[in-house]
Design a protein around this ligand. Structure first.
Ligand SMILES: NC(=O)c1ccc[n+]([C@@H]2O[C@H](COP(=O)([O-])OP(=O)(O)OC[C@H]3O[C@@H](n4cnc5c(N)ncnc54)[C@H](OP(=O)(O)O)[C@@H]3O)[C@@H](O)[C@H]2O)c1
Length: 463
């Protein structure tokens, strides 16, 4: 069963580290699995299953002594390691902003484990690594990207992951002269206990994330001359990287989006200006195919498009039963539908009204409107400040059967009205965003962010 290959994985008590350990064992590796727990029933079970391959040991990557003991143990068993996977990390506080009383001791603890842990372990094991496969895989995070960070809290984790990326660079620069390399990977948004409680909203299971990581590792381990940098990614992406020598490695392709609207019969809302704005907003992550052919609804395939955006202007035209059932099947089967402003005109039947969640009833004249987030900490509002814009105050009657979350409201005549909501429909999800009358509606930075959040959220939670 053994393939004579050896790997060391840290943070193996649970989550991605445990899943990587299991996968490597199944592939025949001898795995040195370092977990912080003294007794772990899962490890005991694996030890029974893979008695000659699993070497489990207690490891606190935050402690010099523990890492030195672990390294002595590993070196007493083997002189070479094919891979070291630095996975152990802690998240720490994710709430406190610069306006709160920050706990610097806690931030330092997160930094010590999440950033220095990987450097400490790499340092202690550099000899067997360079005698072996010369490959270190550091599990980082999009949270470590400085350029793409929109968070207002998460000091410990974001700073630690950014530092981990830098520490990895420094190691890489040294070992690459002898054929060594570091691969930094973001595992995507994963269902684990990382935040302290079970996060079921993640895109991947730990097993899927582990499979993705091992796949990337296999793809890049021999060809990688330079380290991969994390650029930016959406939650649904595995990792996007850029090689130091300039070539871009988009390790996962852009997400395909079908944008449906009208060019020829668009009484109020022609597609082209909106399409141009949407391409600017979404273009880095999404590949937009636009069409005014509503028959594309009949053959909407989730394998081709995980997201459909409706910017239809069909106030006076019905959809055929085939078009209606096509878009309903797409969403009910697990697709994402983003309906922007006039895109609600697609609701030409009661089934479509129910799928979108509300019926458009009319609007007072175009005017300045103030928009307010109405749900605290809603992921769609991340980085979205309250904003104002000239817009049509669309009004709606809500379908009482579907459970929806109105996360944005606008003020009109002293009252607040729903401006955006999300709801599940079958296995899929729908978001409605009320702003979007014409190109200027897409200019406010907060609204651009909301559109981007919506597209990312839909494609992440519906694939
Ligand atoms: N989940 C996500 O969406 C996500 C996104 C981006 C990046 N990541 C990264 O993926 C990696 C794995 O995270 P996960 O989601 O699988 O979370 P997780 O389930 O919390 O796994 C982290 C593991 O690290 C262990 N650990 C904590 N402190 C340690 C220490 N001082 N020494 C050794 N092990 C320690 C934890 O042990 P205990 O459970 O016993 O505390 C746990 O087994 C981390 O590097 C994380 O930053 C995760």
């Amino acid at each position: 069963m053994s393939n004579n290959k050896t790997a060391c994985v840290t943070g193996t008590d649970r989550g991605i580290g445990l899943a990587i350990t299991k996968s490597l064992l199944r592939e025949g590796y001898t795995v040195y699995a370092g977990g912080i727990m003294e007794h772990n029933a899962e490890m005991d079970l694996l030890a029974e299953q893979f008695p000659n391959q699993l070497q489990a040991f207690v490891l606190d990557v935050g402690s010099d002594e523990s890492v030195m003991n672990a390294a002595s143990f590993i070196k007493s068993k083997t002189s070479k390691l094919d891979i070291l996977i630095n996975n152990a990390a802690i998240l720490g506080d994710t709430e406190k902003t610069v306006k709160d009383e920050l706990n610097f001791e806690e931030i330092q603890h997160v930094y010590n484990v999440t950033a220095l842990g990987a450097i400490r372990v790499s340092n202690a094991l550099i000899e067997p690594i360079m005698n072996g496969g010369k490959l270190i895989v550091n599990i980082s995070s999009e949270a470590g990207s400085i350029g793409n960070n929109r968070r207002e809290a998460w000091f410990g984790y974001c700073m630690a992951k950014a530092a981990l990326n830098m520490g990895s660079t420094i190691i890489h620069n040294q070992i690459r002269k002898e054929g060594g390399r570091i691969l930094i990977l973001h595992p995507g948004w994963v269902k684990t206990y990382m935040s302290g409680t079970w996060n079921d909203a993640g895109t991947y299971t730990a097993e899927q994330a582990a499979a993705n990581i091992l796949k990337r590792m296999e793809e890049y381990k021999d060809t990688l001359r330079e380290m991969l940098f994390i650029l930016k990614q959406t939650p649904e992406k595995n990792c996007l990287g850029k090689t130091k020598d300039g070539g871009e490695d988009r390790m996962s392709d852009k997400t395909n989006v079908l944008l449906v609207g009208d060019h020829t019969d668009a009484p109020w809302h022609p597609l082209e200006p909106a399409k141009q704005e949407l391409t600017r907003i979404l273009g880095e992550d999404f590949l937009i195919t636009s069409t005014e052919d509503y028959n594309s609804f009949t053959k909407l395939d989730r394998k081709q498009f995980s997201l459909c955006i409706s910017y239809t202007d069909c106030w006076n035209r019905d959809l055929s039963p085939e078009q209606t059932s096509g878009i309903i099947q797409f969403v009910a089967g697990g697709g994402g539908l983003l309906v922007i402003h006039n895109g609600i005109s697609v609701q030409r039947s009661y089934e479509l009204i129910q799928m979108i969640g509300a019926k458009f009833t009319g609007h007072p004249p175009y005017q300045t409107l103030d928009y307010y987030g109405s749900v605290e900490n809603h992921p769609l509002l991340e980085g979205v400040e309250d904003f104002s814009m000239e817009e049509e105050p669309y009004m709606f009657d809500f379908d009482p059967f579907t459970k929806k979350t109105v996360f944005l409201e606008y003020e009109f005549d002293g009252n607040r009205y729903p401006a955006a909501w999300e709801q599940a429909y079958g296995l899929g999800k729908v978001i409605y965003l009320q702003p979007g009358h014409h190109a200027p509606s897409f200019k406010p930075e907060a609204y651009r962010r909301l559109v981007l959040n919506s597209a990312r959220w839909l494609s992440a939670s519906t694939k």
